[in-house]
Write a protein that binds this ligand. Structure first.
Ligand SMILES: Cc1ncc(COP(=O)(O)O)c(C=O)c1O
Length: 328
């Protein structure tokens, strides 16, 4: 039942800022297992792992992957341990978004700072700790790196690539640009690799959301040493810091919702769209149709949207004060 409903997501046509876009609605893939995590983790869902009853990973308390891992573990009937650097007390006392939903799915979220004397340990050390201190003591465990940055992700991402290929063929589209924002770069990389291996001209355009372009290239090389298989990196023309709030991010998110009727995600998608629009503006000769992949993650909006609303009302309040003091 679950397997059949994961075999396809719809493509919708919409118009934004006077241009037509196709949107691959991977956010609609499945009620509890959707977006690019469903693609990247599909290998684990679709295969049987003899003797395994525990899944371990790590990341941040509001990571989209935290919720998706918890959904996977629930579907597989596995225990799920997720290590985070630190769980802030306000998150514990008022659970929201991915954190709340993961706990409801039975996730055991482990605060690394309480295990280690140094509470500022970077994520890399969590991975070392898990690999050296945890996994050697468990024979029943699967470890998946942060965000599903691993070769196994190709299994499900190839299915997404095949769906896009079939859709393009059915619609007589010979060539198309495929746009999506990157974190670890795993989804974009395996898409581009698939299209090249199938001798299709489709170009994957992606932008670096969590680090620099150099960081993203490094992520591609970790999974695939052949540079010719790597996606094209586009950018917004300026630097943004991951997780920080930017007025233009919230503005384009609201504009997209109004014009397309689609709710996008608030961490990756605003930069994805700003970079894509920047690319289209500076590359007028590239007139190919564009398919943007909606990679899910909407539960995260439960925490991101109130943060943006608070920021907007604080700004409105300080502007009102400024105007009042000017006119007095
Ligand atoms: C909504 C959303 N978009 C984009 C990404 C980035 O995906 P990747 O790590 O495969 O580059 C993520 C993280 O998995 C995500 O949750």
């Amino acid at each position: 039942m679950l397997k059949t409903s994961l075999t396809g997501s719809p493509v919708e046509t919409c118009s934004f800022r006077g241009r037509q876009f196709f949107i691959k609605r991977d956010d609609l893939l499945h009620r509890s297992f959707s977006g690019n995590k469903a693609r990247k983790f599909y290998y684990y869902l679709d295969n049987h792992f003899e003797g395994i009853n525990r899944l371990i990973s790590y990341g941040s308390t509001q990571a989209n992957s935290l919720y998706s891992f918890s959904a996977l573990a629930k579907l597989k009937n596995w225990h799920f341990d997720f290590y985070v650097n630190r769980i802030p007390s306000y998150v514990k006392s008022n659970p929201k978004g991915n954190y709340r939903a993961a706990i409801e799915n039975g996730a055991n979220i482990i605060d690394f700072s309480t295990l280690s004397p140094n509470s500022e340990m970077p994520n890399g050390n969590i991975e070392t700790y898990i690999k050296h201190e945890v996994i050697p003591n468990c024979t029943d465990t699967i470890f998946v790196p942060e965000g599903g940055h691993c070769k196994e992700a190709a299994y499900g991402v190839n299915m997404l690539a095949k769906e896009i290929t079939d859709w393009a063929q059915q619609n007589n589209i010979e060539n198309i640009n495929i746009a999506l924002p990157s974190g670890t770069g795993t989804t974009a990389l395996f898409l581009q690799q698939y299209f090249i291996q199938q001798k299709l001209p489709f170009k994957v355009l992606t932008c670096a959301c969590v680090g620099s372009d150099e960081y993203l290239k490094k992520q591609f090389f970790e999974l695939c040493p052949t540079q010719q298989f790597h996606p094209s990196i586009i950018n917004a023309g300026r630097k943004y810091h991951f997780g920080k709030l930017y007025d233009e991010f919230y503005a384009i998110w609201k504009e997209l919702r109004e014009e397309t009727g689609i709710e996008f995600e608030l961490l990756y998608d605003p930069l994805g769209w700003i970079s894509l629009l920047n690319y289209l503006a500076i590359t007028p000769n590239d007139t190919l149709p564009v398919l943007y992949i909606h990679q899910g993650g909407l539960l995260g909006n439960e925490t991101m949207q109130p943060r943006y609303e608070r920021k907007s009302s604080l700004k409105a309040g300080s502007n009102a004060c400024l105007n009042a003091s000017r006119s007095s």
